[in-house]
Design a binder for this molecule. Structure first.
Ligand SMILES: Nc1ncnc2c1ncn2[C@@H]1O[C@H](COP(=O)(O)OP(=O)(O)OP(=O)(O)O)[C@@H](O)[C@H]1O
Length: 271
């Protein structure tokens, strides 16, 4: 019998046995997860389950107590700006924009990890600096068009409605030209219409070849978008899989206090 060679491609993101302890509290407990090229992966769980802490372990904000995180096969450096440079960008649960800068300027800030022109070039303002500046501006305007904010380029970030501020955070994250985008509750505070538009935006991001890992409480959003979803409860990953697997898992139902997951279809009633 001939044995077929199986080639397993290295996942884009490979998280193995990540644990994060704060003193006596284990916020993330031995969690493993992969994100492949072109995948949209969901991360759900009740409040305090450890989702944001897990994100912080992937982005250099926290150095995990145990475990290993690799991106494109390389162990991630323990500094946020180096993680961004490596190709992982994120947004935050609490919007972190430069409120008194314009929309365009906020996106330009996001590009700094991708511009080669250094501080001396910026001071001297030579031809290299001007060329880089024009390129960055063009790229930033492209991203504003992509996220539907082009006509707001000159507005101050703080004057944007909440939903648009969230979009701007995404535009700024995309400016670092990531291969993987981590979104922490991208639809928090959005109305249903904005949420549907955000879904389309995430699909469009994936179509650009960027993988997405998303934390979200809106189950409809998660199940519409995600190829797989992992559920964290008290720091542990209790299940991972497609919509059916997650929705029908007893442990998930118990974790959400027996209530059907919000935004999901009700189980078929027996006559
Ligand atoms: N820097 C820290 N120091 C101590 N404890 C922390 C720290 N960061 C998070 N925690 C604790 O870790 C646990 C997990 O919190 P985390 O914010 O990761 O949960 P979450 O799933 O993102 O919750 P939510 O859905 O409410 O945002 C909580 O008990 C929280 O209080």
């Amino acid at each position: 019998m001939t044995r077929h060679m199986t080639t397993t491609a290295t996942p884009l993101l490979d998280v193995t046995g990540v644990t994060m302890r704060f003193g006596g509290l284990t916020a993330v407990n031995d969690v493993s997860l992969t994100v492949g090229e072109g995948e949209i992966i969901g991360l759900i769980g009740p409040n305090g389950a450890g989702k944001t802490t897990f994100f912080n372990c992937l982005t250099g904000l926290y150095v995990p107590t145990e475990g290993r995180v690799t991106y494109r096969g390389n162990v991630l450096p323990p500094k946020p700006h180096l993680v961004t440079q490596a190709g992982i960008a994120r947004t935050f649960q609490n919007i972190r924009l430069f409120a008194n800068m314009t929309v365009l300027e906020n996106v330009l800030v996001g590009r700094h990890t991708r511009t080669r022109e250094g501080i001396f070039s910026a001071i001297l303002r030579g031809p290299g600096y001007h060329r880089a500046e024009t390129q960055s501006r063009d790229k930033a305007m492209e991203l504003l068009a992509f996220t539907g904010l082009a006509d707001k380029a000159d507005h101050l970030a703080r004057n944007l409605p909440y939903g648009e501020q969230r979009k701007l955070e995404i535009a700024r994250a995309l400016a670092s030209e990531p291969g993987l985008l981590l979104l922490d509750e991208p639809t928090a505070g959005m109305n249903p219409q904005e949420t549907r538009a955000a879904e389309e935006l995430v699909f469009a991001i994936r179509d650009k070849g960027i993988s997405v890992l998303v934390i979200e409480h809106d189950m409809r959003f998660i199940f519409n978008l995600c190829d797989r979803t992992a559920v964290l409860v008290q720091g542990q990953k209790i299940v991972e899989g497609d919509r059916e697997t997650v929705q029908n898992d007893e442990r998930v139902i118990t974790a959400y206090l027996g209530a059907p997951l919000e935004g999901t279809t009700a189980p078929e009633e027996t006559p």
